[in-house]
Design a protein. Sequence first.
Length: 202
Amino acid sequence: MTSVTTARLLIVGPQGSGKGTQGVRIAEAFGIPVVSTGDVFRANIKEGTPLGRQVKAIVDGGDLVPDELTSEIVRDRLSQDDAAHGFLLDGYPRNAQQVAHLEEFLAARGESLDAVIELVVPREESLERLRLRAEEQGRSDDTDAGIAHRLDIYERETAPILAAYGEQGIVDRIDGVGSLDEITTRIIAALEARGLERRTAA
Ligand code: ADP
């Protein structure tokens, strides 16, 4: 098994699949930063920055922030030193246009994604978890209508990007139903099978 010293990862899954939680755990195991576009937007909205004011209505409505703006934010973040040998993208790219932007950016640096983790969770299970999250966290976009709208966008725009990455042979389909630890273990096993090296012990 050849070892891969970089860990350039993308985690994809429907809303409520647990990709945010798993993303943090995987990033920690591989010693790489998480780049979550949703977190960036929410932090900016909370702080009332110009970016936050620009995107608040879009995010609250469950729509996608314009691709060019989102891609610009990701390019800036990936250009920082801590992302030189790896990163875990959560929530980006989310459609074909963003895939093209990311590929172009990485190719210019002679880089490419090492693996795409697809968390597979049935829609009913996602909906149930999101209802719970709405009660616990009160996220302003977690209304019934907002959730259904984001899941529709996921199925229409985001799920298809997996086919493109699948052709590159870099997608690991992971069963996203089970305990948090079980799912983390499944993901790490799949990445290690690709020769990616984790930083922390089991
Ligand atoms: P969820 O997966 O539950 O939709 P996220 O935190 O990934 O939550 O995203 C929350 C919102 O932030 C999205 O509904 C969208 O408005 C905005 N957003 C996040 N990532 C992107 C992206 N890559 N492109 C456009 N908008 C995005």
